[in-house]
Design a protein around this ligand. Structure first.
Ligand SMILES: Cc1cc2nc3c(=O)[nH]c(=O)nc-3n(C[C@H](O)[C@H](O)[C@H](O)COP(=O)(O)OP(=O)(O)OC[C@H]3O[C@@H](n4cnc5c(N)ncnc54)[C@H](O)[C@@H]3O)c2cc1C
Length: 265
């Protein structure tokens, strides 16, 4: 048994192609907006994910600068103000352009099963325990469990027995013998995983757009949510607040529960 901690890695985020943005803006007369970026007039938190959301929002009303659309006589120039107005006015579809990819590592199948219930705005690639043979059983124990010696002793013994059984089955089925076809290995590996606990540490790549991230951050850190997913989403929340403060700065965090000022954007 290998004692592990659920980990969050942010592996990808949007990057703007400013040349293409400029080419488009040249066509609609919105170059002044881009020049603002060049002069660094936008707030210090300026970054590509936020700028992409701003870009998508401004395209809707051609609000690159006053007068381009005769109906628009004033525009917000501060990016944080602009994006907060997007959140306030529930213009959530522009947030769907901005996706972040995470590796959630050493998370249990308890967590992954709950996570996949969130459907729109996500992409998922999960480690296949049909293909990947379990050798050790990575397992997370929350702090309160670690402080209970009798629980840890019994849990450790049970996990070791399960681990030993995995090894025994692999030998019994001759999975490492010369010439065993991969099809047979896959068949037996899938059978063997049935004897792993639901808490076994595994992983996935989870990509979600900002609209989905905002919703799942709230629901999966709520007081009633499961403790491992709460832990992981608190980590995701911290990452997002750093990466896109104008899109995640409206949350109040109270005892690990993230509550947005503007819900259901
Ligand atoms: C604390 C907690 C306890 C839970 N307990 C259980 C349980 O006991 N049993 C169980 O089965 N599940 C349980 N769930 C899962 C829950 O029922 C949802 O399936 C899950 O949280 C996904 O959230 P969502 O429904 O908001 O959908 P998401 O897929 O995250 O979608 C986001 C939003 O998009 C809209 N949307 C998405 N799909 C549709 C659609 N098909 N039609 C219309 N609108 C849509 C909805 O407005 C939805 O809120 C629990 C969740 C939590 C947080």
């Amino acid at each position: 048994m290998k004692s592990v901690e659920p980990e969050v890695y942010l592996v990808a985020k949007p990057e703007l192609d400013l040349d293409e943005v400029a080419r488009y803006l040249g066509d609609v007369g919105g170059e002044a907006w881009l020049e603002r970026l060049d002069r660094g007039d936008l707030d210090e938190a300026l970054n590509d994910p936020q700028t992409l959301a701003e870009f998508a929002g401004r395209l809707c009303y051609r609000s690159w600068e006053p007068g381009l659309n005769p109906n628009v006589t004033r525009v917000r120039t501060d990016q944080t103000d602009y994006l907060q107005n997007i959140l306030r006015s529930l213009h959530g579809s522009v947030l769907e352009h901005v996706s972040f990819s995470f590796v959630l590592h050493n998370v249990s199948r308890v967590l992954t099963h709950e996570l996949v219930r969130h459907r729109p705005g996500v992409a998922i690639s999960q480690e296949s325990l049909r293909y990947v043979r379990l050798q050790d059983l990575p397992f997370w124990f929350p702090e309160w469990a670690q402080e209970d010696p009798e629980l840890m002793k019994r849990a450790g013994a049970l996990l070791e027995q399960m681990e030993e059984f995995q090894g025994w089955m692999a030998g019994h089925f001759g999975l490492d013998d010369e010439g065993v076809p991969f099809k047979e290995k896959k068949h037996k590996t899938s059978f063997m995983r049935r004897f792993a606990p639901e808490g076994v540490g595994t992983g996935l790549v989870w990509t979600a757009n900002v609209r989905t991230l905002r919703h799942t951050l709230e629901s999966r850190t709520a007081e009633g949510a499961e403790e491992e997913i709460r832990l992981v989403f608190n980590k995701i929340g911290e990452v997002m607040r750093k990466e896109a403060p104008a899109l995640f700065g409206d949350y109040e965090v109270d005892d690990g529960a993230w509550t947005p000022r503007w819900r259901k954007v």
